[in-house]
Design a protein around this ligand. Structure first.
Ligand code: PNS
Length: 162
């Protein structure tokens, strides 16, 4: 079975990596679908987000990183994907995730959404929190892999210079 774990990944966190590791055991092949979202102005470009994900998942033989644009179900159809994986951190995630899963199911019956509950130690964690802590000079080493931490630091230094 081929699955997709979609998201913005701006940037990838230990919470995402926890879900990736567990989803990679459930699926034969796991595609990390990185949304090219022009509406939001991301901290990292699509290429940077894809590259970081490739680096931090390089040890998984059945995980691939791909960018996608438009509807997730269209990407799923094109790539013969049967399952969408999403992480649930807390009850606050539930409403929007339910809505998204039901919409996706309406649009494409063949594709099922499966939720994995985030490990308790990462239940507070989000890319938004990471960006915020980093912007104010806080220590993000508990939230993201080292290479991601370095890239964020470079980004912040770049921004301070302009
Ligand atoms: O990391 P995020 O921002 O929580 O991920 C959201 C994502 C990428 C899964 C979602 O926005 C998405 O699938 N966008 C593509 C457009 C689409 O198919 N929307 C679902 C119909 S409601």
């Amino acid at each position: 079975m081929r699955a997709v774990y979609p998201g913005s990944f701006d940037p990838v966190t230990f919470g995402h990596l926890d879900i990736i590791g567990r989803a990679a055991r459930l699926a034969d092949e796991l595609i990390i679908g990185v949304l090219k979202n022009n509406a939001k102005s991301p901290l990292f470009s699509l290429e940077e987000r894809v590259r970081m994900l490739e680096e931090v998942t390089k040890d998984y033989h059945n995980v691939k990183v791909e960018a996608f644009e438009g509807l997730l179900v269209d990407f799923a159809r094109k790539r013969d994907i049967d399952m969408i994986v999403r992480g649930l951190r807390a009850v606050t995630d539930f409403e929007s995730e339910l809505q998204m899963a039901q919409t996706n199911h309406k649009l494409e019956e063949r594709v099922e959404t499966v939720f994995l509950t985030t490990r308790l130690e990462y239940s507070y964690l989000s890319s938004t929190i990471v960006r915020e802590v980093a912007a104010f000079g806080g220590d993000i080493s508990q939230f993201v892999p080292d290479i991601v931490g370095q890239r964020i630091q470079e980004k912040m230094d770049e921004r301070r210079r302009v």
